[in-house]
Unconditional design. Sequence first.
Length: 434
Amino acid sequence: MDILIKNVTLAGPGSEKSDADTIGIDRGRIAYVGKYEGKIRENGADKVIDGRNMIAMPGLANCHTHCAMTLFRNYANDLALEEWLFTKIFPVEQKLTYDDVYWGTMLGIAEMIKSGTTSFADMYLIMDAVAQAVSETGIRANLSVSPLRFETGNEMKVIDESDICVRYHRDWHNSSDGKIKVYLEVHSAYLFNEQQLKDAAMLAKQLNTGIQIHILETVTERRESIERYGMSSAEICHKCGIFDVPTIAAHCVHLSETDMEIFREKGVSIAHNPTSNLKLGSGIANVKELLDRNINVVIGTDGAASNNNLNMFEEMHIAALIHKGNLMDPRVMDAHTVLNMATASGYRALGFDDAGSIKEGMKADIILVNTDSVHMWPLNDPAAALVYSVQGSDVDTVIVEGKILMENRELKTIDEEKVKFEAKRCAERLLEGM
Ligand SMILES: [Zn+2]
């Protein structure tokens, strides 16, 4: 046994009917979940963690982000999506180098690990820099790479980079001991045209992989899609074959009955990003309706330029609250549902089916949350505490595939001060004169 966690309280998927207080981890997988007394022997473990006053839960899956946008944290606030994206974000992104994306991603990964995220979906530029950061830090990720590059200036130039996708997929898919998966990025049906959507779907099928996409984030997108295609973004994507491969569709705020039926039928996972949708004034997705249709709804923070953090505990908290208030029904989005969306369902969306719950045989992606604080005391109901009382900074220990990435809040694979220094240097250069 590599790691033995004892005296711990379990919560989240895999813990439902268990009186277990001990987790054993061996060769990257959960080898034992049960009572401390019994077959498990402390002296057989390389490392023993005392989980007293800790909750052990599956690590969080952040199913939609643009990690390196941490560099643009708190830049360009209080603007509508279209103005924010086209006049603020795209121009500054034209200046990005490999170095910028690497350090921005390192900063985002540091923030995610420190708030309990063990896997994430990323959609960005210069994705080799992202994969380098992911593999160096040991976190799990589904990285998407775009077959088209959009150069914005006086007029938009579109450059075909499908050859880069093929090379990137060959280099990084299933790398980092299987912790990296490569999907295609199809930014949206407003940046891609019909032929480009068809080509992207075809390329994903050739590579036998999935797609990350933004769909129906705003009412403007819905209106313009109907003007341009005669149908919604979800319908045109469906027509072009996008959903024939595993898909993570971000936002999905403005859906019709037909759109929801398409997502249900095609098994599309929907990444709900409540904070970003609130901050950009986009609206509130009808998550209850999606869950009632058995659609796999998961949670994401979106990028740090529209949130403005990557804290999944905060995202769970907001996801749990807004639907109760919006629907005037406190029974919707109960704590167990929200925890499940942020862990097991999220892992499934990212294509990592053998992790995301605390069960024997699953990959050991586990976090320990400290409950020995006044705002978590007395614990009473661990699941409720994790959704309604917790702070991201309560995360004490983070384990990904049996490897400790943080212990006692100290990052083990990231030099935190160096990352802060380098990210600030990159951000200052990028935002100068903007
Ligand atoms: Zn996004």
